[in-house]
Write a protein that binds this ligand. Structure first.
Ligand code: C2E
Ligand code: CA
Ligand code: CA
Ligand code: CA
Length: 274
């Protein structure tokens, strides 16, 4: 991990020189990476207090030939500046559906949560493409959760609502990622087909000690309870944080306390054993 960190710093120094040329280089390399199998998926467990591991979040990585394993903060923001994020996101969705389908054929129900960039969701053909992907892969829509952010609701809300309804009608679930860090009103929670709120790790990490963060978490839990939404607490690192959450009913946990994101195949090997 330390090595990856060092390489990542080198990567930043090399390509994040702020100039358009540098950003262009990352885009070019990323395009190449997409075409040459340099991206891969890592999975991190989602843990229900009674039911155990109920699925995993899909996190993209780049096996860079020079800089080693790169984390999304080094390339996703650059991809988001262009339609490259659409291709990257589509690759991730395709791989995730393939994993769901392979496990289903072996009689195992794998549930995956996939991060969806606003730009990706706003593409004109996002819904038809996802429908085709689900049909062709054979992945059950109800085993797929799309993690979206509140920022998505700042644009074309009627169109976004229609798309979400269309996918939700198939069984696809929606989770609001980084919940509590945005600045939109909560009214959308009533109008949109949302199944889950994901509390950002910044709140979880300070909740046991900081009364403000604790109050915030309590408020989110109470909103979720009233609207009958699932809640995932992201970034659970310590026993104290887990204990704080365990005093509240059925919050799903995710964090280093349980596992670090790891290569999909390795995560699946562990998961298949339980
Ligand atoms: P996110 O969606 O908020 O994902 C959670 C991040 O927290 C992940 O970082 C995960 O590895 C990290 N994390 C999990 N547990 C802990 C913990 O206990 N402590 C701490 N400190 N961190 C924890 P990662 O994998 O580096 O991903 C960063 C962000 O990149 C994600 O944030 C997400 O916004 C984005 N991302 C990742 N994969 C994709 C993708 O396929 N598509 C898109 N559009 N974005 C992605
Ligand atoms: Ca996420
Ligand atoms: Ca987050
Ligand atoms: Ca996020």
């Amino acid at each position: 991990r330390a090595k990856a960190g060092t390489d990542q710093t080198a990567f930043f120094d090399t390509v994040m020189g702020e100039s358009a040329t540098q950003s262009f280089r990352v885009e070019r390399d990323l395009r190449h990476a997409l075409a040459h199998d340099e991206l891969c998926l890592h999975l991190q467990s989602l843990i229900h207090p009674e039911r155990g591991t109920i699925g995993a979040e899909v996190l993209v990585r780049w096996k860079h030939p020079v800089f080693g394993l790169l984390y999304p903060n080094a390339f996703v923001p650059i991809a988001e500046e262009s339609t490259l994020i659409v291709e990257l996101g589509s690759w991730v969705l395709t791989e995730a559906c393939a994993l769901i389908a392979v496990e289903a054929r072996a009689g195992r129900e794998l549930r995956l949560s996939v991060n969806i960039s606003p730009r990706q969701f706003r593409q004109r053909d996002f819904v038809p493409r996802l429908k085709t992907l689900l049909a062709e892969s054979g992945a059950a829509p109800r085993q797929l959760t799309l993690e979206i952010t509140e920022g998505l609701f700042l644009h074309e809300i009627d169109e976004i609502t229609a798309r979400m309804n269309e996918l939700a009608a198939l069984g696809v679930r929606f989770s609001i990622d980084d919940f509590g860090t945005g600045y939109s009103s909560l009214a959308y929670l009533k109008r949109l087909p949302i199944h889950e709120l994901k509390i950002d790790k910044s709140f979880i990490q300070d909740a046991p000690d900081d009364p403000n963060d604790a109050a915030l978490v309590e408020t989110i839990l109470s909103v979720a309870r009233h609207l009958q939404l699932d809640v995932v607490a992201e970034g659970v690192e310590t026993e104290e944080q887990a204990a704080f959450l365990s005093r509240r009913a059925s919050v799903i946990h995710q964090g280093y306390l349980y596992d670090r994101p790891e290569a999909a195949e390795r995560w699946l090997e562990r998961w298949r054993q339980v």
